[in-house]
Design a protein around this ligand. Sequence first.
Ligand SMILES: NC(=O)c1ccc[n+]([C@@H]2O[C@H](COP(=O)([O-])OP(=O)(O)OC[C@H]3O[C@@H](n4cnc5c(N)ncnc54)[C@H](O)[C@@H]3O)[C@@H](O)[C@H]2O)c1
Length: 373
Amino acid sequence: MIIGIPKEIKVKEDRVAITPNGVKTLTKQGNKILIEKNAGIGSGFCDDDYKQAGAVICNSAEEIYNEAEMILKVKEPQPSEYKLLKKNQILFTYLHLAVEKSLTKELTDKKITGIAYETIETKDGKLPLLIPMSEVAGKMSVQIAANLLENRNGGSGILLGGIAGVSAGKVVIIGAGSVGINAAKIAVGMGANVSIVDVNTDKLRQADNMFGSKIKTYMSNEENLKELTKEADALICAVLIPGYKAPCIITEEMVKNMKKGSVIVDVSIDQGGIVETIDQITTLDNPYYEKYGVIHYSVANIPGSVAKTSTVALTNETIKYVKNIAEYGLIDAIKNDYSLAKGVNTYNGKLTNKGVALALNMEYTELPSLIGF
Ligand SMILES: NC(=O)c1ccc[n+]([C@@H]2O[C@H](COP(=O)([O-])OP(=O)(O)OC[C@H]3O[C@@H](n4cnc5c(N)ncnc54)[C@H](O)[C@@H]3O)[C@@H](O)[C@H]2O)c1
């Protein structure tokens, strides 16, 4: 199979879809790998590393999109990339289509098989391609909040870990999944006063078993959120309902009642976010703004700023799906693999993810009815 890897063009996105080691695995399998010049630079991999692994270096994204049967990316195609996508191509990347109506139309109009990393799901409900980036974003979120709390950034001047004789800052984490638990690891490690909120008691139980008396756990409901947001120095938002738009559970009123100079890091912004006062996705080079005296951070590609760790972690998880598609062909690979089938959001002009269809008010078609399984 001819597999193309363009350079990412989202602002300050330094990840790349594959490491040189990943390329070696795919070329050994007999595939032709086209990679755009300097695509790996931000992740610490130069063109020579890819050449030695067997890839062909291309000077432009156009060359790659023109020739490749499958495009491997990190972030969803940006509007300037739409015209490059070719009819019937396979696109394997994070898509987050629930908040990307024009991209969804582009993919269905061109009959592109859009396979979203974030909706690949194992039978026991795990999201293997989301987990590593969630681990990164979770750990980064507290680092980011600690930084924004510094006076020079407009924060309240609170050191999250506190010191002898001065209390620690309060970190409230909403969502006890991969992002939330990793945020808690860092916040607890810093010595902050940590609370975790979820709607799922099993998730709260797991957090309680993991951290014991170092955290407090709360059921996610309006009353608890009202109280917890009032006290928070850093509010980390880490909610997910897979495939669906995130629920808006932090209201404008709650934000107005937060402490001046406190910080919200809405990691769930890639699915629309959970904060009423966050109406924009910010970028890594202009990542935050202030509203009602509260700093709002809403970057949708946080792992892009620790690109080396993230690129290696991503390739570790994506490579087996790429290998299977190349070896068995798209249809058989999907038929043989429940998780991969869950990743297919668009196929042959149809929208095949229920959550996305609901969020975008578009027609949903079951994938098995299209490819017969
Ligand atoms: N901004 C970024 O750069 C970035 C990077 C990685 C992940 N993410 C996003 O972060 C979000 C969280 O990802 P994750 O891997 O931790 O998901 P996850 O599925 O592991 O965890 C989500 C948690 O949210 C909980 N939840 C659902 N509804 C809730 C509610 N109303 N109140 C409280 N909790 C609720 C679930 O029970 C679950 O425990 C996703 O949207 C993901 O795409 C963003």
